[in-house]
Design a protein around this ligand. Structure first.
Ligand SMILES: [Zn+2]
Length: 78
């Protein structure tokens, strides 16, 4: 298993190319796709990355929602 810890990139063993982690911020979906064959890679390690990305996305959404609520209550008071 080839893992490049610094970038978080994964390795497509079939064509020996780097795979990139794609995050869709709108839907919160995370996919690991080979940059050469465009195949979505499904390994236990990739699922771990997906879980980690989803968790950080959820945290980002949570803080964004809290800010929006603070702003709307501030404008309602004004
Ligand atoms: Zn590939």
């Amino acid at each position: 298993m080839h893992v490049i810890p610094v970038t978080g990139h994964r390795w497509c063993r079939r064509c020996e190319a780097e795979a990139s982690v794609a995050v869709d911020e709108l839907t919160g979906s995370v996919t690991v796709v080979c940059t050469r064959c465009r195949q979505v890679l499904e390994t236990a390690a990739n699922r771990q990355v997906v879980r980690t990305c989803r968790a950080s996305l959820a945290a980002a959404h949570e803080s964004r929602r809290a800010r929006a609520q603070a702003q709307s209550s501030a404008s309602a008071a004004a």
